[in-house]
Design a binder for this molecule. Structure first.
Ligand code: ZN
Length: 245
């Protein structure tokens, strides 16, 4: 484990490259640039970015081996993420790397593989107001976050969200149209901590919002590896003590 927290911000980075896409107005350098900029302002964070169209999606073994926490945003190109890269990320999570899955990353190959469920949900693009409620104020990811805050416009994600019951549910979101959603969910798989956070549709400036930036930074700190080693099979043929019938 390093002294600093080494975060890699991964983004599919496709919407923002399309000349007429609204995401380009909101995130001219890509969502990863906005997320990385906010995280870089945190003391003790070393932040780099990686995107889908880089060789190996920017997630070589060397990059992952030197990553404490990986954040993931993907939407229209989940299927283009190579299975070998997904497997590599999966093994790193089981060994101890933290993973923060944002918004439409609920349908990423890596999130579905780690959850073992369909991860389907209700959705609606209606520019509606959403209110994020902090329901575990004592959790490290909620540090400095008010009881509730408003995101003026976002895509609606609603229940049922087909995930296993989270280990801890930190945030629940309400949407103007009446839906509710488990929007901040903690999981552990192997040695790795996983946080799913719902806000962040690509056409709204959600990742420019201070509360959202703080939650992602808190989540990175929370997901920092406590150990970093893969699970191994042990043949314990030599008992520690004589086995006397
Ligand atoms: Zn969206």
């Amino acid at each position: 484990m390093s002294e600093t927290l080494r975060v890699t911000v991964w983004n599919e980075f496709r919407h923002e490259k399309k000349p007429t896409h609204k995401a380009r107005e909101v995130y001219p350098d890509g969502m990863h640039a906005a997320i990385a900029k906010a995280l870089s302002a945190q003391p003790g964070f070393t932040v780099r970015t990686a995107t889908l169209d880089e060789p190996e999606h920017g997630l070589t073994q060397a990059v992952l081996d030197s990553t404490d926490v990986l954040t993931w945003w993907g939407h229209c190109a989940h299927k283009e993420v190579g299975d070998e890269v997904v497997e590599r990320v999966y093994r790193r999570v089981l060994a101890g790397m933290g993973l923060i899955c944002l918004h439409s990353a609920h349908f990423s190959k890596i999130f579905i593989k780690l959850m073992g469920s369909s991860c389907v949900l209700r959705w609606r693009e209606a520019n509606e107001r959403t209110r994020v409620w902090t329901i575990e104020p004592g959790h490290p990811i909620a540090e400095g976050i008010p009881e509730q805050f408003v995101i003026p416009h976002d895509e609606m994600y609603g229940e049922r969200f087909d995930i296993p019951a989270p280990d801890t549910l930190v945030f629940v979101s309400w949407f103007q149209g009446g839906d509710v959603f488990r929007s901040g969910c903690c999981f552990q798989r192997g040695n790795g901590r996983i946080f799913y956070f719902c806000p962040g549709h690509e056409t709204f400036p959600v990742y420019h919002q201070p509360e959202v930036q703080r939650i992602i930074a808190n989540a990175c700190r929370w997901a920092r590896p406590l150990v970093s080693k893969p699970a191994v099979v042990v043949n314990a043929k030599q008992p520690l003590e004589p086995i006397v019938p």
